[in-house]
Design a protein around this ligand. Structure first.
Ligand SMILES: C[S@@+](CC[C@H](N)C(=O)[O-])C[C@H]1O[C@@H](n2cnc3c(N)ncnc32)[C@H](O)[C@@H]1O
Length: 286
């Protein structure tokens, strides 16, 4: 019989259970226990002999079992930190990644000194990009689109939580089609769309728990980006900025696609801190 009567016992059991399952991230056991107890992680260190109530022990046991089965911590907590926000996430949305913060930083750099911007976030997922940009650009308006109705609901929840719902219009549909239907000309289109080649998905742990719709970019990974670029000239305003998150090694191909869609503009490739292709940007001629 497993004894989870005290903090130190519960942590020791959880670490062993996670290590046995090959999920050996040492902090996970503590993050999840602090979540169950509703305390800061420092409390676990300061009070190792604090008792657990039977209900708390049962909830913790169940969470550790799910974590040992590979469910990401963000889905177990229902939250993920992104840039300077704390966002709600569910298994219907991609867990926002630090790589996407790079795109957000570029968007904010470009927006500095510009006013009344109209921003479009295509494939909004949890709303990570739209919510963060709207929070930092108080006179901007945003349109956030996703083909997943469940993702749109999560994004709207995150906008509500930060009091931004009035400045973000949520649209359910395919890429820029619903934006065009609203007649919006965007000063910025930012997109982190699926870009993993279909054939690579099976080998990736991420695909077991995150939505395939958020990841699968077709045979070469660029199907969705290619379709977006076909639509973008009808939506991007003169002198507007296009920002596309891409996968490592996709830079040259996406720059060629972007320049074919906007023949008078030069695309630029931006690397992430690991030196991988990460964002393609293109500024439309005024
Ligand atoms: C890689 S996730 C990115 C989510 C979020 N932008 C982020 O950075 O965390 C891609 C998102 O694009 C959405 N998506 C996929 N195909 C789409 C399409 N044709 N039109 C609109 N959204 C699409 C998915 O549902 C998913 O939410």
């Amino acid at each position: 019989m497993i004894s989870l009567e005290r903090i130190d016992q519960a942590l020791a059991w959880a670490r062993a259970a996670l290590a046995e399952a090959g999920e050996s991230e040492p902090l996970d056991a503590a993050i999840l226990l602090a979540h169950v107890l509703g305390v800061d992680r420092t409390v676990l260190i300061a009070h190792p002999d604090q008792p657990l109530l039977p209900d708390q022990a049962a909830v913790y046991w169940a969470l550790i079992r799910r974590r040992a089965a590979g469910v990401p911590v963000a889905y177990l907590l229902g939250r993920r930190a992104f840039f300077d926000r704390d966002l709600a996430v569910t298994p219907d949305v991609l867990i926002p990644r630090p790589e996407t913060e790079h795109l957000v930083e570029m968007a904010l750099d470009w927006a500095r000194g510009r006013t009344d911007l109209r921003l479009v976030d295509v494939g909004t997922g949890s709303g990570a990009i739209a919510v963060t940009l709207a929070a930092h650009l108080p006179d901007a308006r945003a349109w956030a689109v996703d083909v997943s109705a469940e993702a749109v609901a999560v994004a709207r929840q995150n906008a509500d939580a930060y009091g931004l719902a009035e400045r973000i219009t949520f649209l359910h549909g395919d890429l820029l089609v619903p934006v065009m239907a609203c007649g919006v000309q965007a000063d910025m289109i930012a997109a982190n769309l699926p870009y993993i080649p279909s054939g690579d998905l099976a080998a990736l742990a991420v695909t077991q728990h995150e939505p395939r719709l958020a990841l699968d970019g077709g045979p070469d990974g660029l199907d969705v980006i290619r379709r977006l670029l076909a639509q973008a000239p009808d939506v991007l305003a003169p002198a507007g900025l296009l920002l596309l998150e891409i996968g490592a090694g996709q830079g040259q191909a996406v720059m060629a696609l972007a320049e074919a869609a906007f023949p008078r503009a030069a695309a630029r490739l931006h690397l992430d801190y690991a030196g991988h292709d990460r964002v393609v940007s293109l500024e439309r001629k005024g």
